[in-house]
Design a binder for this molecule. Structure first.
Ligand SMILES: [Zn+2]
Length: 268
């Protein structure tokens, strides 16, 4: 799951919301099976070529699995004496420089090699496909009070040069008892989907606050999580927080949130 929650009201995000980290890919055997069933054959040849190139450089046995994951481009871990890479299939076309960077990424100069990899990913961005569900799920964008499509388009123009590419919609009202916290919004990286909590679609919730929540979720696409010094995924890093604070009306929106949290909780 690469589901990210907005911790405006909760002080921290649930750790399981970030389990799709480089350090913790899902279990191996299951993946291998799914690859042989789902990946077209050329991928196997490309994976073998990459594995060969990488193996020469890291001087240990390497396995490569090419994925179509729209979020994690590169991950690796050591399993039973092997270095197992999971790479987006764009790396099938990687040249020697990028293969060198992938090998180097597992060593001490991560940062330097990471830059080469980032550049390659940027250049091949068009190959990143969002999941097939993307166009199937009908989304309600126009709420009773707030029109998310309009807010999103406006923010995209004003703050992102129209470069954010996501779908947006209101979530469904979650069943169950009263909550002590509410997730205002989520951004699902692999589906490029922003979902807002339906409690925000209310006359008493000012547009400015809804805007800030939408802006926050859009920022997640603009500034994807980074890997912190400890190797843990950092979702709301300093750069993210700084960018968020630049949102016009940020203080005002946060002040409203503090004063009216009880309203939202009652509705969630
Ligand atoms: Zn967030």
């Amino acid at each position: 799951m690469s589901q990210l929650s907005l911790p405006f009201l909760t002080t921290r995000e649930a750790p399981q919301a970030h389990s799709d980290t480089r350090a913790a890919p899902p279990s191996g055997p299951r993946l291998e099976r799914s690859v042989s069933l789902e990946e077209p054959r050329p991928h196997l040849a490309m994976a073998a070529r990459l594995a060969e190139g990488l193996q020469r450089m890291v001087r240990e046995p390497v396995e490569v699995e090419l994925t179509d994951n729209a979020w994690t481009m590169v991950s690796y871990r050591r399993v039973e004496g092997r270095l197992r890479f999971r790479l987006h299939h764009m790396f099938g076309a990687a040249g020697d420089d990028v293969i060198t960077a992938l090998a180097g990424f597992t060593g001490h100069k991560r940062k330097q090699h990471g830059r080469t990899i980032d550049l390659f990913v940027k250049q091949n961005r068009a190959l990143i496909r969002s999941s097939p569900e993307r166009d199937d799920v009908p989304l309600t964008t126009r709420g009773r009070v707030h029109d998310l499509r309009e807010i999103y388009d406006d923010l995209n123009r004003r703050h992102f040069d129209g470069r954010i590419d996501a779908r947006i919609g209101w979530g469904r009202k979650p069943p169950g008892r009263r909550r002590r916290s509410i997730k205002m919004g989520v951004y699902l990286h692999d589906r490029r989907l922003i979902r807002l909590h339906p409690a925000l679609d209310d006359e008493q919730v000012p547009r400015l606050f809804v805007e800030l929540v939408v802006f926050h979720e859009m920022l997640h696409q603009h500034l994807p999580p980074t890997e912190g010094a400890s190797g843990r995924r950092c979702v709301h890093g300093p750069e993210f927080r700084a960018a968020e604070r630049k949102f016009p009306g940020y203080e005002q929106a946060r002040a409203w949130e503090k004063a009216h949290l009880h309203l939202l909780l009652r509705r969630s």
